[in-house]
Structure formats: structure tokens, C-alpha cells
Design a protein around this ligand. Structure first.
Ligand code: UDP
Ligand code: LCN
Length: 812
């Protein structure tokens, strides 16, 4: 809070250079009401104060301190209100009077009202405008205090539980009650009613540990089961004497004096989770022939890999608990009758390389029957309530009871997960993959302009519901929660925002809430492995890849050709969404002669014929690609390959690009995580990736790859060109960057680490929610009201085609 501290100690701080400062502020207010971002504020400073020294004086004073941490300024003459963010998660709002430079710190609510004046004055002045305040229900829930602790929720919840359960013997009674409640299929687990107090349990734990010490470590549980039962113990402690004794020791230590390490370790051993439901509603959820289709990308890859990792971890844990149960994982998605060649029209599909996991597809039922075609993720909201009900019925049938954990994915899956979890009383985790709000500038205040295309009013409402209903939130990176030094995180942008005419969120989510956890995904390393592992390479694909990259004729799968095949290839692969910025990369390449002389460009994405696409953005991006190829005369230097659906072949494609000593480029305007980045790095391909979002955290710039600025094409294309020039001068440089990329992956991004973390979350938060039952129930009531009065109405307004007409506009 540097600037406010500075301002606080100098009440006249803004008056240090009053003439220049006044001129600067006068310039803003002279421009009338508007919202300005930092870059614009700086540009205006240059225009208002031409003298460099005068400008420096301003920037060195308190105004400078405010400006450097400003995210945006709302100008409503005679006031200029700044939002400042000095460190991740900490926001302050300062209102300055442009005339006399008097200032005050204001609340987020007052700031939002000033901002609303720019977009909807009547709403801003309406004393009864709807305000949403989720924070009001969280007052008594402990929060983190340090930005650096954000994302380590399980660690801190274990600490909070420690202090709640510590103190005196009675304090640990909630843990005993919880253990007493554990059962599966009618069979009691861990302890029975004989051990219904801390004192009784402590006593027999000591006796049991002495007894177990006398047995060979590997004695199977069955050999001493009866003896333990006589004391009041049930199954679940372990599969052999050593494991049971270890679990008992951990619990004894917790009952004696709890500590967070033992607490998390104990919960990670509890037999609580067998059946998991994972919701991923939109897009084509299948195991083949779906990737690259509209709305169908990394989320599908992530979930299929996640399921395999979770099942493996569950099987291991169940075995270690000494139980014989079979886990069940259901990925519940939408059944699309018009699936066109893939399996998305089949109800059940076993998941490859698993024993107990399936995809369950539930159709969108409407009054007139089942909806046939694919629906864009932006238009999906009217179908979700009915889908939740139909899915719940099928899940209960197939699992023969409730699941133990529900995980949602993306806005729609998270909303459905919230509805189902609240109905069934099951622990719920959410995964955003991407929150759309941060992808489109000012998408909240400009919601009315964007709603016909994107339905953000529905989407942001659903997001607020899910993130508040969730017991825990899984994120892929820190930046997803709280951003970086200069850029707010995706969740952070939901702390306080406004959609004038709809509602004002004065407290949406708190990024210091211990529900946030980072568990980064990996890439399947049996598919994405280094190009150097020659004996493993999928050589069978190589002739097809040779054709794909170098044949001279255009066909359905590729257009354009590479005249000089000696050049390395820069490669990119993504859905053709605007944010993926594949057209941006094509333009950078087109403009940069040096880069064009050094390398060829290969793009994988979309189709070539816009009329084949049903996706609005994809159509316009396809047209743009054609225009750019023509404008920059790229023929002979670019190969554009249509969306690819075979991940094995794709992995070999990355490796073949590495054979050319090329690079992967991920130029997105914003990327939530970026699976292609870790796929490329796993294959040993040096990678350049956007500095906007997850890749900025995956890659350490110039160490394990390179950051590029999607908003500065010249700088980015020159950085790529510099790399290839250096590779020409120093033949070892390419190999070094390839190796350092791999090192980064092996240290931080694997599915084994992920599965362990996520199951621990399910276990720890399952108990945490019991401890906070009362607050949780109160908040749920508020969420229910918000859902009923806001979401349902918005979804209804959106309408189901053919069922009811869509009203003209959303009334405030
Ligand atoms: N992908 C693919 N074919 C394509 C485009 C993408 O197989 O034509 C895969 C890609 O390999 C990655 C996923 O789809 O596994 C995209 O994930 P990412 O996180 O990069 O982006 P998303 O599409 O989820 O926004
Ligand atoms: C969605 C995205 O946009 C990507 O950034 C992620 O990598 C993907 O989901 C998987 O989480």
C-alpha cells in the first residue's frame, strides 16, 4: 500500500507540483466522462505536460505512485477516481477532485458507482440498485493475510483446523463425530460407537499401537481385524500392520497436540472418496475426433488425463486403506444427437486406459424433445437446470447412491456441479479453465453491448454462483487467482465489479479465501515425450506427417506449401478463437522479413472454408487468415493445416517440428493455462508463449522458453528472429533451450502430483465444510436466492429456440 501510505503521511501530497498536476487532471476532466486504462493515462500525461522535467516531477511524487499501481481511472468531472493495486489481491480506490486536487480514499462500492456514471447515470444514482455481497456471509471464515500464501488453501485450512481442534480434549470431538459418520455401502469405517469420545479413542489407540508393534510389519489386516474390532476399530486404517500403526500414530499425535502436517496426512488416508462425478457440459466431449472442434480443446484433454490420474490414485489409496471397493468416476457431459462422426451421441462410453471410469452423456431435454445440434458455450444457459435434474437422476442410478465428490469444469459445468452438489449435500470443487470476464476488456460494464453475442450477464452470474458455492477451487496457476505484479488474476477480477442495469457486485469473491488451491495439470508423458527418445517415437505417423507438412498440393487437410524445406519451422496449434491470436502470429510473421528469411510458418487450426463452421468467431478468423496470406504474399512460406484430432499424431508432429530445430509459438491475447505450451515443452520443442496468463508462469523467460507480448507484435516477432539467428551462430543454443524447457516440466507439471493434491482437497474440505456448517448453510440460502431471482430470469430471457420468444431486452 505504498502510495496510500505516502499520501496518508502527506495530506497535501497531490499538491507537490500543483500547476503541472492541475494541468494534467484538467486534461482528463476536459475530455468528459470516460474510463481510462494505465497506458492511456500515461499517453495523456505526455500530451498534457510536454516538458520532460515537469513530467518527471509528477511521476516522482504521490501522483506517480498512484499511477504506477493504477489499473484504471473513472473520469466523471470534476472527479478522477483511481483503482490501484500495489500487490496481488490488494485493491484501493482513490477519488481526486481535479480542481483543487483534494483527495480521499473511497470504498469499492463508491468507486463502482462513479464508474457506473459513465455507462448508466440513472442506475448509478438509483439508491435501490441491486448490490450483491457474498462477503457478508464470510465474515467469520478465516482468511489468508499474505499475497504469497494465496493458492495454498489446503495447507492453511489444515492450520485453521489445527487451531479449532486443539486446545483441550473436547475441542477434538468434531473430528471423532466425523470419524463416527464414515461408512460405505452400509459398512462402518474407522471407528464405531464404542469409541465415541476423545478420551476413549486416545486410550485404545495407545493399546492398539503397542499390539501392532508386536506384529510383523507386513501382516495383512485380516490377521488382526478381529482384535482391533474388539477395541472399537473398523476397517479403513490400512492394509497391513505397519500402515495401520502409522495411521494410528498420526491420529494419536493430532489428539495429543494437533499440527497441520499430521492433519493433512491423516485426512489424506481417510476412506471417504470412492465415487467422483466430473461435469463438463459444453462442446464435444469424446475421446477421438473432437479436438479442435468449436468449444472443444484443452478442457477435454485435461479431464481425460485427470480421470486417469485420479483413478490410479484412488486405486492406490483404497488398497492402502485395506479395502476392496471399486472406485467409480463419471464424466457427465451433454449428449449431442447430431454428433457427426464422433461418439458424442452415445450415452455411455468407457474411458480408455481406466478400469472404472466412464463418460455419461445426458441430452438437453426440451418441451419438444431432445435438442439435436451442438450449442455454443455462450448460448447454453437455458438448458442447464433441466440438464442438472436429468443428470442427477442418472448418476444416482448408475452409482447406486450419491457420489462422494463433485467437480465442475468451466462456467456451465460449475453451475451444474453447484446445483447438484447442493441438492445432494456433496463436497464440491470447481475448475474454471478460463473465466471469460478477463478475456474481453470491460466486459462487465459493457455487458449490454456484448450480451447478444456472448450472454455475459448469464455467464458472470453463473460464475459468481459457482465460485461461492464451491467448497474448494482448483486452479492451474497462481496468476489464475491473483495475477501477477501488473495484471490482475481471473478470480481477482470478480472481487468487485458492476454490470450497470443488472447488479453491482460489491464483494464477489475473496482471493484470500482458503478455498483456492493451485494444482497444475501435466501432459500425458506416454504421448508427449522428447523428440530425442528415438526408440519410443511414433514412426508410423511420420510418412503422413511428411505429407502434412511438405506435399505441394492443397487438399481438404492443408493449404499453402513450404518452398524451402531446409528452414526450421515455427509452429502453432489452437482453436481458431480470436483470443488464440493465430491470425496475430500470421500477421507478425508476414510483416517481419528477417523472420520470414529464417523460418517457415506452420499453423494447425480450424477449417479453410468459413461456411463449414458454425462458430461465429471461428468464421471471422478463417476469413482473416485468408486475407493475411494474400496481403503478405505468404505462399511458399506458410502451411495452414486444418484442426487435428489425433493426439498421438499431434505429439509426433511436435517432435517432427523439433527435428527441424524449430519452435512452438503460442501467441494468445490471453491464455488461462495453455496445454499446448506444456505439450510442446514435453516434446523438447523450444517454446515462445504469451506473457498474458498461465504461460507466463509455466515458462521462466529466457531460461525455460520465452515470453512474448501479444500486444506488441514487432517486439515478439523480433524476439523469435533473434533466437533463430543466435541458433545459427551457436549450434548448442537450441539444444540448451530444449533441455531447460523439459527440466521445468519434470519439476512442476505432472499428473501424479495433481491427483494427490486434488484428492487431498476433497478430503480436507469435506471435513472443513462440516466444521463451518452454519455459515455454509446461510451462504447457500443467499446463493439460492441469487440463482432463483437472477440466473433463472436471465437464462429464461435467453430462451430456447422454438420454445418461447426471446424478450427484446433485459429490464433492470
Ligand atoms: N488441439 C488439437 N487439435 C487442434 C487444436 C488443439 O488436438 O487442432 C489440442 C491441443 O493439443 C491441446 C488442446 O487441444 O491438447 C488445447 O488446449 P489449450 O489448453 O492449449 O487451449 P484451449 O483450447 O483449452 O483453450
Ligand atoms: C481452457 C483454456 O483456455 C486453456 O488455457 C487451458 O489450458 C485448458 O482449458 C485446460 O485447463
Amino acid at each position: 500500500m505504498a502510495s496510500v501510505a505516502a499520501v496518508d503521511t502527506k495530506p497535501d501530497a497531490l499538491g507537490q507540483t500543483p500547476d503541472h498536476t492541475k494541468r494534467y487532471f484538467a486534461r482528463f476532466t476536459g475530455m468528459g466522462k470516460r474510463l481510462m486504462k494505465l497506458q492511456q493515462l500515461m499517453d495523456e500525461l505526455e500530451k498534457a505536460i510536454e516538458d520532460k522535467d515537469e513530467r518527471s516531477q509528477i511521476l516522482e511524487g504521490s501522483i506517480g505512485e498512484i499511477l504506477y499501481s493504477t489499473q484504471e481511472a473513472a473520469i466523471v468531472p470534476p472527479y478522477v477516481a483511481f483503482t490501484t493495486r500495489h500487490i496481488p489481491g490488494i485493491w484501493e480506490y482513490i477519488k481526486v477532485h481535479a480542481g483543487d486536487l483534494s483527495w480521499e480514499i473511497i470504498t469499492s462500492t463508491d468507486y463502482l458507482k462513479i464508474k457506473e456514471m459513465i455507462f448508466d447515470e440513472n442506475w448509478a444514482k438509483d439508491e435501490n440498485a441491486l448490490e450483491i455481497d457474498f462477503g457478508a456471509f464470510d465474515v467469520s471464515t478465516p482468511k489468508l493475510a499474505l499475497s504469497s500464501s494465496i493458492g495454498n488453501g489446503v495447507g492453511y485450512v489444515s492450520k485453521f483446523m489445527t487451531s479449532i481442534l486443539g486446545g483441550n480434549t473436547e475441542s477434538a470431538q468434531p473430528l471423532i463425530d466425523y470419524l463416527l459418520s464414515l461408512e460405505h455401502n452400509g459398512e462402518k469405517l474407522m471407528i464405531n460407537e464404542t469409541l465415541n469420545s476423545v478420551a476413549k479413542l486416545q486410550e485404545v489407540l495407545v493399546m492398539a499401537q503397542i499390539f501392532l508393534s508386536s506384529l510383523p510389519k507386513d501382516s495383512p489386516y485380516q490377521n488382526f481385524e478381529q482384535r482391533l474390532k474388539d477395541w472399537g476399530f473398523e476397517k479403513g486404517w490400512g492394509d497391513n500392520a505397519e500402515r495401520v500403526k502409522e495411521t494410528m500414530r498420526i491420529l494419536s499425535e493430532i489428539l495429543q497436540a494437533p499440527d497441520p502436517i499430521n492433519m493433512e496426512a491423516f485426512f489424506s488416508r481417510l476412506p471417504v472418496i470412492y465415487n467422483i462425478v466430473i461435469f463438463s457440459v459444453h462442446g464435444y466431449f469424446g475421446q477421438a475426433d473432437v479436438l479442435g472442434l468449436p468449444d472443444t480443446g484443452g478442457q477435454v484433454v485435461y479431464i481425460l488425463d485427470q480421470v486417469r490420474a485420479l483413478e490410479e490414485e484412488l486405486l492406490l489409496r483404497i488398497k492402502q486403506q485395506g479395502l476392496n471397493e471399486k472406485p467409480k468416476i463419471l464424466v457427465v457431459t451433454r449428449l449431442i444427437p447430431d454428433a457427426k462422426g464422433n461418439t458424442c451421441n452415445q450415452e455411455m462410453e468407457p474411458i480408455a486406459n481406466t478400469m472404472h471410469s466412464h463418460i455419461l452423456r445426458v441430452p438437453f431435454n426440451m418441451e419438444k424433445g431432445v435438442l439435436g445440434p451442438w450449442v455454443s458455450r455462450f448460448d447454453i444457459y437455458p438448458y442447464l437446470e433441466r440438464f442438472s435434474q436429468d443428470a442427477t437422476a442418472r448418476i444416482l442410478e448408475l452409482m447406486e447412491g450419491k457420489p462422494d465428490l463433485i467437480i465442475g469444469n468451466y462456467t456451465d459445468g460449475n453451475l451444474v456441479a453447484s446445483l447438484v452438489a447442493s441438492k445432494l449435500g456433496v463436497t464440491q470443487g470447481t475448475i474454471a479453465h478460463a473465466l471469460e470476464k478477463t478475456k474481453y476488456e470491460d466486459s462487465d460494464v459493457k455487458w449490454r453491448d456484448l450480451d447478444s453475442k456472448y450472454q455475459f450477464s448469464c455467464q458472470f452470474t453463473a460464475d459468481m454462483i459457482a465460485m461461492n458455492a464451491a467448497d474448494f477451487i482448483i486452479t492451474s496457476t497462481y496468476q489464475e487467482i491473483a495475477g501477477s505484479k501488473n495484471r490482475p488474476g481471473q478470480y481477482e477480477s470478480h472481487v468487485a465489479f458492476t454490470m450497470p442495469g443488472l447488479y453491482r457486485v460489491v464483494s464477489g469473491i475473496n482471493v484470500f479465501d482458503p478455498k483456492f488451491n493451485i494444482a497444475s495439470p501435466g501432459a500425458d508423458q506416454s504421448v508427449y515425450f522428447p523428440f530425442t527418445e528415438k526408440q519410443k517415437r511414433f514412426v508410423g505417423f511420420q510418412p503422413a506427417i511428411e505429407e502434412l507438412l511438405y506435399s505441394k498440393e492443397d487438399n481438404e487437410e492443408h493449404i499453402g506449401f513450404l518452398a524451402d524445406r531446409k528452414k526450421p519451422i515455427i509452429f502453432s496449434m489452437a482453436r481458431l478463437d480470436i483470443v488464440k491470436n493465430i491470425t496475430g502470429l500470421t500477421e507478425w510473421y508476414g510483416k517481419n522479413k528477417r523472420l520470414r528469411n529464417l523460418v517457415n510458418l506452420v499453423i494447425v487450426g480450424g477449417f479453410f472454408d468459413p461456411s463449414k463452421s458454425k462458430d461465429r468467431e471461428e468464421m471471422s478468423e478463417i476469413q482473416k487468415m485468408h486475407r493475411l496470406i494474400e496481403k503478405y504474399e505468404l505462399t511458399g512460406q506458410i502451411r495452414w493445416i486444418a484442426a487435428q484430432t489425433d493426439r498421438n499424431r499431434n505429439s509426433e508432429l511436435y517432435r517432427c517440428i523439433a527435428d527441424t530445430k524449430g519452435a512452438f509459438v503460442q501467441p494468445a491475447l490471453y491464455e488461462a493455462f495453455g496445454l499446448t505450451v506444456i505439450e510442446a515443452m514435453n516434446c523438447g520443442l523450444p517454446t515462445f508463449a504469451t506473457n498474458q496468463g498461465g504461460p507466463a508462469e509455466i515458462i521462466v523467460d529466457r531460461i525455460s522458453g520465452f515470453h512474448i507480448d501479444p500486444n506488441n507484435g514487432d517486439e515478439s516477432s523480433n524476439k523469435i528472429a533473434d533466437f533463430f539467428e543466435r541458433c545459427q551462430r551457436d549450434s548448442r543454443y537450441w539444444n540448451r533451450m530444449s533441455r531447460t524447457g523439459l527440466k521445468r516440466i519434470y519439476e512442476c507439471y505432472t499428473w501424479k502430483i495433481y491427483a494427490n493434491k486434488v484428492l487431498n482437497m476433497g478430503l480436507v474440505y469435506g471435513f472443513w465444510k462440516q466444521l463451518n456448517r452454519v455459515q455454509k448453510q446461510a451462504k447457500q440460502r443467499y446463493i439460492d436466492v441469487f440463482y432463483n431471482l437472477q440466473f433463472r430470469q436471465l437464462a429464461k430471457n435467453l430462451g430456447i429456440p422454438g420454445e418461447e420468444s426471446k424478450p427484446e431486452a433485459q429490464e433492470p
